[in-house]
Design a protein around this ligand. Sequence first.
Ligand SMILES: CC(C)(COP(=O)(O)OP(=O)(O)OC[C@H]1O[C@@H](n2cnc3c(N)ncnc32)[C@H](O)[C@@H]1OP(=O)(O)O)[C@@H](O)C(=O)NCCC(=O)NCCS
Length: 380
Amino acid sequence: MPIDFHLVEVPVGHSWAYDALATLSTEISVETYGEDRTVSLATLRQLHGDDHQGVPGFLAALPGVGSPTTPTGRFGLPVAPEDPAEMLASVEFLLPTLDNTHLVDDAWLQVDIRYRRQGIGRALWREVVRIGREHGRTTLVMWSDHALDVHDTALPRVEPSTGAGDVPLGPAAGFALALGHRLEQVERQSRLLLPVDDSRLAALASEAEAHAIPRYRTESWSGASETGRAEALARLNHAFSSDAPTGGIDVEPQEWDAARVHRQEERSLRTGELFTTVAFEASTGEPVAVTQLFCEYAHPHRVEQRNTVVSAPHRGVRLGLLVKVTNLRLLAASWPEAREVTTWNADENAPMLAINTALGYRPFARSAAWQRRIDGPSPW
Ligand SMILES: CC(C)(COP(=O)(O)OP(=O)(O)OC[C@H]1O[C@@H](n2cnc3c(N)ncnc32)[C@H](O)[C@@H]1OP(=O)(O)O)[C@@H](O)C(=O)NCCC(=O)NCCS
């Protein structure tokens, strides 16, 4: 018997709905990976509460028909009630406002396994498309995750337009394709188990230094970046957004300045710690490479690799390896609870994958970027 449901939007920080989202996300994560790999509730609240880079959205499906007197929120849907309810499904997304204003970005949709194939995913997706169109967005990018699982090998595969990597034609791919999305990029999720043997890190550091020193020097720090360093990060973040392979995703380079770096760091530092290493060209002082690690207080053993980039004119001298090894050594000295670092790399990004493989990263999952245009005639 199909369940009656209605859709609501959830204001930032709404108490029970965020707890329910965390529970649903954990269930989906365990289903996908066999373990909880979600960000903490505290980090989720910070992410959704930060409207500096865009307007974050969070919609949910609740049981029953809802009340006709419920006030509507900023996306035109009834606001989630005060009284707790079961969360059948959710979708989170971002409407970027500093750049990439053609996108509904990072849509992440999940339906409780007990309520699938009843049109709930499609209903939430339609609301995201409507909201995107009303905000003048032309393109929707939605993600799915897939563990590298032996059981997947029986399923047909879907390949992105780049031809690099593939994902199984399971529920997520079936859903995305049914809704007219194309697979535009596959990212590899890899993990490095910690601690890495000191002698191994020392050997890799020597190898990198032999190529890069004395032409370059590194600086490493934890916590917030002071202004000069934030300016360096802004330049490198811009380079990252224009240089990192994006497959067929219709994404523009991001606009960065020190203020944006500070804002993003402040948000992260409310729920965790950041470790940053930047390489500078010694003769000019120009920042040429960066890497950053984020450690959540809620999951101190599970570290997230953030941006790594080497600016184009300075590639080929092991700067990527140099900054990564240096930052891992800082992590080892400062955050002994760490047991693994997770990183995401485009499957077509051979140079970055080579560095990670040398460091000891091993792939365990893939993330897929599903894109479709939402402008023009109504898609339904
Ligand atoms: C993918 C997911 C969101 C689909 O939600 P759902 O509510 O079951 O989807 P719907 O019932 O609205 O299905 C819409 C259409 O998608 C397609 N579809 C959905 N599930 C499918 C499956 N398991 N296999 C093949 N096609 C599927 C069908 O065409 C379906 O229409 P139909 O039922 O009329 O044939 C859900 O399986 C889920 O939460 N998966 C885990 C999280 C995830 O992978 N999220 C990323 C989504 S891109």
